[in-house]
Write a protein that binds this ligand. Structure first.
Ligand code: HEM
Length: 532
């Protein structure tokens, strides 16, 4: 058509025959309009083709996108409902962020294995950027930054090695025993399991960071402030922030989240400076044995010296970022998992009985649990796995962000969009799991692959997978297991009279129980004091 118009064009412009002029001018006008219309049609079709390359998804409203239709409480549930309509890959706009959600193991494999490098970037929320000393931690630093690889290596090969964790078992034991003694003193009264566990997990983290208790009144005050500060930080990190969804208005900080986080961060910084000073003094006074050093002393050592591979030493902000990862990454996740496990056990008395019997057989009725018992508690192990399946601490993992546009399942996932892997949906998919909503630990009992939850089985990834997989597994799992075994072996638990368990979750970075779980303890061991 365009070619015909092109050949006619000289004739149309030949205005030497005046009587035909009007006709030719009219025809010329029509042809130009036709050409423009054809070009327009071609252009619209081409742009539609680009739009069609995005995954399907629900329509939203101008500016806010699908935001008003999503409940704030349970993003993973809304995403699961949308997957039922739009399939295992869909997109939606939240404000002006394009989000893509995937909900099948096949697509999860493509993201975390086949395109792992491309999908390993993060889109850090503002509060997290501040809390992590400008993304100087592991969770929010760019994976293309060689310093990120260095920090993951430091965590894996310096802090969380078996030898190091074994060396500081005494510190974990002491904090768990202190927690059990608190429960003992409150026998017969309701205990908030989440609050109790959070305090124990935080005490463990602080104690391992400092290599024990800080001396004197100053030390006790610093420890108290660190606890308070970490809890406040968790609250702000969990709050949805309008500035993250509408970057154009971020500078107004409408909810004051950024200001709040900056204040907390300054206090935290001052606390860390005091702790660092004390650690340096301690180092001067006594040369502690290498294995007994606290994480902070080790990090300061790595800050001063090049490590074996001659990677450049850690910066002070990186030391602080790593401490934040340990304080934040390990405490809320462990707390949440203890809460959910206790809740499901209260719902299933027959499973609780089996757990208690195993504990009595393996640990003995007059002994407290020690970490060396854990590898023999195979039934408790599968109870925890089943809880991970039904109540993963991070149901959407930590959202990823492609470093460049990628094709996934025939769709384009544009660079900079936010990608969620809905593990909640995959963990409950009836096509994968038999009676998926049933709490049945036995499903894992005869499983030959005991390590299938470490990221190689894309149907079951409570710790994520690929380059961004949780680097805290060795500590997280040990602590979770140890706290649960100790609680269940030392006490009988019952719900307060007339209380019905509420099993709904409240979505944040970590999915906690919506209602705290309050349980009343009665001693099971006769001699907790003697063993402590
Ligand atoms: C039961 C306890 C824990 C659970 C369930 C858990 C779960 C997770 C999950 C699901 C992720 C996201 C993985 C992904 O996006 O693919 C993650 C990331 C992370 N976790 Fe854990 N975690 C636990 C304990 C810990 C502990 C104890 C630490 C620190 C010592 C820790 C530090 C981190 C860090 C730094 C990241 C970010 C990794 C990165 O982005 O490269 N976690 N965790």
């Amino acid at each position: 058509m365009l070619q015909t118009a092109y050949t006619l064009y000289p004739w149309l412009l030949d205005l030497s025959k005046p009587k035909d002029g009007l006709f030719r001018a009219g025809l010329s006008f029509v042809m130009v309009i036709l050409a423009i219309s054809l070009w327009h049609l071609w252009f619209v079709k081409k742009s539609k083709k680009i739009v069609a390359q995005l995954p399907p998804g629900p329509r939203g409203l101008p500016t806010v996108g699908y935001l008003p239709f999503l409940g704030t409480d349970n993003l993973h549930l809304s995403f699961t409902e949308l997957a039922a309509t739009y399939g295992p890959i869909f997109k939606l706009w939240l404000g002006n962020k394009l989000c893509v959600v995937i909900s099948s193991p096949e697509l999860a494999k493509e993201v975390v294995r086949d395109h792992d490098v491309t999908f390993s970037e993060r889109d850090p929320p503002i509060a997290a950027q501040v809390a992590s000393f400008g993304c100087n931690d592991i969770a929010f630093d760019s994976s293309s930054n060689p310093r990120w690889t260095n920090k993951r290596k430091v965590l894996a090969t310096e802090l969380l090695t078996n030898a190091r964790l074994n060396a500081c078992y005494g510190l974990r034991r002491e904090q768990v025993m202190n927690g059990l003694k608190d429960v003992y003193e409150n026998v017969g009264r309701p205990i908030d399991i989440g609050k109790w566990t959070y305090l124990v997990a935080l005490n463990v983290a602080i104690s391992m960071i400092l290599g024990g208790e800080l001396p004197g009144e100053k030390g006790a005050a610093i420890e108290g402030n660190l606890k308070e500060n970490s809890s406040e930080s968790m609250v702000l990190l969990g709050k949805p922030n309008v500035s993250d969804i509408f970057p154009a208005i971020a500078r107004f900080d409408i909810q004051g989240i950024e200001r709040g986080m900056r204040k907390i961060n300054q206090q935290f910084n001052r606390l860390l400076e005091s702790v660092i000073e004390m650690a340096i003094d301690k180092e001067k006074d006594e040369k502690s044995s290498e294995q007994k050093l606290g994480f902070l002393e080790l990090l300061l050592h790595l800050k001063r010296n090049n490590n074996e591979d001659n990677a450049s030493p850690l910066t002070m902000d990186e030391v602080k970022g790593l401490l934040v990862d340990i304080l934040v990454g390990g405490t809320d996740t462990t707390t949440t998992m203890v809460e959910w496990t206790m809740a499901v056990l209260m719902q299933h008395p027959e499973i609780m009985e089996k757990v208690k019997k195993e504990l009595s057989d393996v640990v003995g009725v007059n002994n407290t649990v020690e970490e060396f018992h854990l590898s023999n508690l195979s039934y408790l192990n599968v109870v925890i796995k089943e809880t991970f399946r039904l109540h993963p601490a991070l149901p959407l993992l930590v959202p990823r962000c492609p470093a460049r546009s990628v094709h996934l399942n025939g769709y384009t996932i544009p660079k900079g969009s936010r990608l969620f892997i809905n593990m909640w949906c995959i963990h409950r998919d009836p096509g994968i799991w038999e009676n998926p909503l049933e709490f049945r630990p036995e499903r894992f009992l005869n499983d030959p692959d005991n390590s299938n939850h470490y990221g190689n089985d894309f149907r079951f990834m409570p710790f994520g997978s690929g380059r961004r997989k949780c680097p805290g597994i060795p500590l997280g799992e040990k602590l979770l297991f140890f706290i649960l075994a100790s609680l269940l072996h030392s006490f009988e638990w019952r719900l307060p009279h007339g209380i019905v368990l509420d099993m709904s979750g409240k979505f944040g970075i970590v999915m906690k129980k919506k209602e705290p779980i309050l349980l009343i303890p009665t001693p099971r061991l006769t001699n907790l004091d003697a063993n402590g």
